[in-house]
Design a protein around this ligand. Structure first.
Ligand SMILES: [Zn+2]
Length: 431
């Protein structure tokens, strides 16, 4: 089976053709021979390497009322992704080789994207006893990213031991930086607004203190640490400092923290309730700058589906989290590309190459995040940057509806996604 992608703008450059054969990019150049190939007309479309998400909640096993591997990976393909890292806070928790292999197998059966399970750092995410990291690394799932996400690894000794342990198999600990005592009962960003709303404040220092501790710990033991969903200007400063020391520290920002501010929480609409909380204009500005200059390496969705009953209730009772897979690229275009902060080459780095490198899925048979070049696996997405769409939750493929972008008009549309030469999305629809 072969495909000709006709007149695509590779990373936003001049239009050219791409020949896809046997799962790989077989040729690149103008006017390629179409004999025997199916043709995708990509005039006006930008071609990027398939996107890789470092931070997805697929909810299966245990919360199949919110999302399943099947529905979540459909949403991922429609968003232009060819791989996602599935977080460990499922039920049961992904803290054994058995559970990570189950999630990995479900991903293979669904076949829409590569599912890379994330292993829990601690047994039951309880933050006490280290999980069997080595067994998960050695399993068929080949886990390289470990995280208690949803919870912080608050115990400094446990964090140190995990950082030391993952070195043996080139793993990384991805930290959800939230000092638990400083955020007990916290609901929204701590500041003038939290006082006005009468909701418990979530101070920036609760995130920054953990990041400062963990970059120091990672340097001390010579390991690598990845910081999940950075949300404050102060966090950016600490990461910038750690990188200036040459320490092996990477970081991600979510699309919602690049676009939305805590002003939205004044509506008391729980769709804007998220962990970490939406912050101020100043934080958003600092996050965009940091993503543009590479201080923040990656955009990761933190796709967090919740069923209606967990979101359509009073603010205090509502679950934290937002959908993200089907809108991530559009939000990045709106905040970074259309504003002139990043070009499409940088988008490919931050949403494909860097997350694949950090997750150590950038080599081997199912390599992700590779360049669009002859001989490389044909993982790619075609996006129409001139399109605009108004977000309607009912049109999203996710099983849940908790998008914060409902009714907003966003630029760009994913037209096609290819996973190892096989289209998973064509004409904006799942194949
Ligand atoms: Zn988290």
């Amino acid at each position: 089976m072969s495909w000709i992608v006709r007149s695509a703008r590779l990373l936003g450059g001049e239009p050219t053709d791409l020949l896809v054969r046997d799962g790989r990019i077989a040729d690149i150049g103008p006017g390629l021979d179409t004999a025997g190939a199916d043709v995708v007309d990509a005039a006006g479309l930008v071609a990027l390497p398939g996107l890789v998400d470092l931070h997805t909640h697929l909810r299966e096993p245990g919360r199949e009322d919110a999302e399943t591997v099947e529905t979540g990976t459909r949403a991922a393909a429609l968003g232009g992704f060819t791989a996602v890292h599935a977080m460990a806070n499922t039920d049961p928790i992904a803290d054994t080789a058995g559970v990570v292999e189950q999630v990995w197998r479900l991903g293979r059966e669904a076949g829409h994207v590569d599912v890379r399970p994330v292993g829990a750092v601690s047994v039951g995410l309880r933050g006490e006893q280290m999980a069997e990291l080595g067994a998960m690394a050695d399993s068929a799932a080949g886990v390289r990213v470990f995280s208690d996400d949803g919870r912080c690894v608050a115990d400094a000794v446990l964090m140190r031991r995990a950082l030391e342990y993952v070195k043996a198999f080139d793993g990384v600990v991805a930290q959800h930086a939230q000092e638990p005592r400083l955020t007990e009962g916290a609901q929204v960003n701590e500041g003038e607004l939290s006082g006005r709303l009468g909701l418990r404040g979530w101070p920036a220092v609760a995130e920054e203190a953990i990041i400062a501790r963990d970059v120091l710990l990672a340097a001390h033991v010579g390991s690598r640490v990845h910081i999940c969903h950075v949300s404050t200007a102060g966090s950016v400063e600490i990461i910038r400092w750690a990188k200036s020391k040459g320490w092996d520290v990477t970081a991600e920002v979510t699309p919602h923290h690049l676009l939305l501010t805590d002003e939205l929480t004044a509506t008391y609409d729980p769709r804007y309730k998220v962990n970490p909380p939406l912050r101020t204009d100043g934080d958003v500005h600092a996050l965009r700058e940091a993503l543009a200059d590479g201080t923040i390496d990656v955009v990761a969705t933190d796709h967090a589906p919740h069923p209606l009953e967990d979101k359509e209730c009073e603010w205090d009772a509502a679950a934290f989290g937002m959908l993200g897979l089907e809108t991530a690229l559009a939000v990045v275009q709106a905040t970074m590309v259309d504003g002139g902060l990043m070009d499409w080459t940088a988008v490919a780095e931050r949403l494909s190459a860097a997350p694949a490198r950090i997750g150590r899925c950038d080599s081997g048979e199912s390599a992700q995040g590779r360049p669009l070049a002859v001989g490389e696996p044909a993982n790619l997405v075609l996006v129409d940057p001139a399109a605009v769409r108004t977000i309607d939750a009912r049109e999203l493929s996710s099983l849940s509806r908790n998008t914060p972008y409902e009714g907003m008009t966003l630029p760009g549309r994913v037209v096609a996604t290819f996973l190892r030469g096989r289209p998973t999305v064509l004409d904006g629809k799942l194949v």
